[in-house]
Write a protein that binds this ligand. Sequence first.
Ligand code: SAJ
Length: 420
Amino acid sequence: MEFNTICVVGLGYIGLPTAAIIASRKKHVIGLDVNADAVATINQGKIHIYEPDLESVVRTAVADGYLKATLVAEPADAFLIAVPTPFKGDHEPDLRYIESAALSIAPVLQSGNLVILESTSPVGATEAMAEWLAKERPDLSFPAAAGDDSDIRIAHCPERVLPGHVLRELVTNDRVIGGLTARCSEYARGLYQIFVEGNCIVTSARTAEMCKLTENSFRDVNIAFANELSMICSKLDIDVWELISLANLHPRVNILQPGPGVGGHCIAVDPWFIVAASPDESHLIRQAREVNDRKPHWVLNEIQNAANSVKLDGTAAHKPVVACLGLTFKPDIDDLRESPALEICKMLCDSNVLEVVVAEPNITQLPDQLLGKVELLSPSDAIERADVVVLLVDHRQFKDISRTSLGDKKIIDTRGLWRR
Ligand code: SAJ
């Protein structure tokens, strides 16, 4: 099948780079989003999120007429859905964005169309999406009823790109494609071969859904191991980074790095989809989530102990000053979603016994939760003001700060940056 026009639903961290890459292959791409500001920004050839090199690819694609953004669905040969899948308060997956994406494209679906769900999804979500579409369009046939002969082909192909390296990984990563029928998979493979240089491997939709959840849970469990080690080592007065580098010399050991906790919208979320689907069997996966979620509280406690040990000059109302270096969920990005660094900073402010200053070179404005509560300073100004310096994110700007320049300030280095 020829794919000349592709509609990407959801122009966020995954949808926009995907739309731009497909457009760079000289396919007409319609980007559909509910955010009018994002749509207007993209149509000017600009971007509303930060990802290295994305702006120039979007600018060229829009200028060449291959990419346009819209608020209303238009007919296309294929639809690629990349909307968020958060969890609800009880850690149950919340599929409302997938449902509303499906409802938004249903009116323009035509026989022969391919619909791919890219959003990280609990097992069964692709089948659910197909049912929502089928209900809206009784005039068209779908895989559950018509099998390989269906008018509409449906597949799941989870995105697997690493924020900060999205444009490269979109092209080079292997893709796991789970069609609802063999024919659905073949069509989906044809679409990805437009821009993917990695292998496109076919499986069932349910296996593809579980594969993505498994990848992120694997990483979460392994980070939890590193985080647990860091807390044990602190108690036993052992440098955890030295320990890990030594243990990793073993040919079959590869421990990840401890940090202030696990953030982002993927690894801190997706394991819960497995736990929600199979709670009685998911002991290790749940424990790992809990270990990683506890880590920011452990760091907070360390900071409070350090602040308590600061000898102040005794003059009246002076509170110990804590400088938090980094707010994002990982280095060299501007993304604050589920960030443990931000959480620690908020908890410090709420405790109200310390003065908090922040250095975050990747943002120009404090997030709402910190507005009016902390000052955003340059790294050197923040350090100068501080009694306690807390390294929360290993941004490249912080790597040049030498440990000796920190003098006799109390230091909490959650990333092991200044010992490397
Ligand atoms: N982290 C550590 N120690 C480590 C590695 C990571 O503390 O050794 C922390 C990071 O600081 C961050 C969190 O884990 O807070 C997650 O960061 P990450 O770089 O591990 O992953 P994400 O969330 O940016 O992207 C992940 C990737 N999944 C895997 O590597 C298995 C990416 O490939 C997925 O596409 C993405 O989730 C997603 O969208 O699901």
